[in-house]
Design a protein around this ligand. Sequence first.
Ligand SMILES: [Ca+2]
Ligand SMILES: [Ca+2]
Ligand SMILES: [Ca+2]
Length: 547
Amino acid sequence: MKKIFKSAMAFVSAAAMCVSTFTSYGIFAADSEIFRDSFESVEGDWSGRGSAAVSVSADVKYEGSNSLFVSGREAEWNGATKSLSTDVFIPGQEYSFSVNVMCPTENKENLFHLTLQYNGSDGEAYYDKIASGKAYGGDWIQLSNTNYMIPAGASDLQIYVETDSGRSDFYIDDAVAAPKGTTISGAGVAIPPIRGDVTCDGVVDVFDVIAARIGYINGFEKNKAAKNADADNNGEAAVNDLVLIQQFVMGEITEFPQGEPIIPPEPEKTPFDYNANLQYKAAPDKYINEPANQQGTIIKETYNSINGQKSLNVYLPYGYDESKKYNIFYIMHGGGENENTIFYDKDAKLGNILDHMIQNGELEPMIVVTPTFNGGNCTAQNFYNEFRQSVVPFVEGKYSTYAESTSAEDIAASRMHRAYGGFSMGAVSTWAVMQNCLDIVGYYMPLSGDHWSGNSGDDKARSIADAIDKSGLEKDEYFIMCATGSEDIAYPNVTPQIEAMKKYSQFVYTSDFSQGNFYYMVAPALTHWWGYVRHYVYDCLPYFFHE
Ligand SMILES: [Ca+2]
Ligand SMILES: [Ca+2]
Ligand SMILES: [Ca+2]
């Protein structure tokens, strides 16, 4: 530890010298700069790249009062961009570039790139990294390269700031270009977390003892400071850490011991207010007809599945934050429909309903995915293979769910945060997923469709009951919320299966999932149509993910 701390100290003081020397140089050299965008009042000629948007923000800044806020990113390469003229930036010549960047999410590590997109003389688009740097949430860093050569023959030059992975919002400030060799002052490189470094300057010294004392009394200004103040790394900054920092600074210890980890207690969950006898209720008209103020994002994704290349849509709730974990609901379309039906067909438009429900606190923010059983050798009945092998790993490797990784163990461990449902043939696929994927899915919502296994209601019920027995799951480890309309063409097929299921001990019939695990909501007079079925989702989905 001491060794790391010493080298970090040497490095940081060298960096500090550079900064102080060149701050003044930077000011006097301003005349020779090619451009300096400080975002004090306007975005200048910067714009959003991809689906990102940029705007001047007074929330944070590297210098001055404002910076440029980059939000709405849906891919790594989305960010802030600016075109460069080849009259000024001559291909084959070198220039100095610098920009300061900051991701506001605490404890988030991001690798940022300043990249040049250009067309080569062969007409192809190329992407060349000018400078890269790792930043820790909340800290400004500088991306700079004093001698970057614009590739010979390049045209259509655009520089942009992007991240190596993730879609976090970020800020940029003081984007500067200057003649080659010019050192442009900036935020410097990231200072990694160092135990005991409460001031977050890369050095552990007497100022950290003072900052630790103040912090223990008043709280720490930054998460990073609180983390560094936890000198024994046991998960809590406490008085014994202050003593350790003091001892370290006085040379009584040369490294920090590892403390016994403190596991924070799980926050007490307030029990969900279930209705044991849930009745059909249509969503308010405005959930259907008016956009919510706080809208989620629907992202179309293409992936390589065991059934060939396919597409699906991912609904991310408003304010989606990849540092948080989300429950996930996969919902499947019916026959003759596709992955776009549920979010884009005028009779379904489920995204709008989800937006309103989440905005009004009727539904916890969650991710909703609409895959398809169309394509390749896939059918509603065998989609569960693709679901397990292709869809879940693809989606949950990319978006933040309770799956710690896409390993089979981690997917299984997060099963109570994963739901599957569907309408009509999508309900057929739901029962098949239940029969074959009980180990990775905890909640099921078959809507207007029965299990295609055997002929009688009892055959169908027994097939599910047998799968449950084989899984070894307890009765409070799987939950089924069925629904249909009394005039629905599926009603005569679904009802005998439900009545048979009621006779099996694996199913405890009630919509109060603190007491049972299985329910069938029948909506009076409704027929086989998304315009009704979307209301079943409105009624049933809030009952998921509380057990
Ligand atoms: Ca500024
Ligand atoms: Ca320090
Ligand atoms: Ca501690």
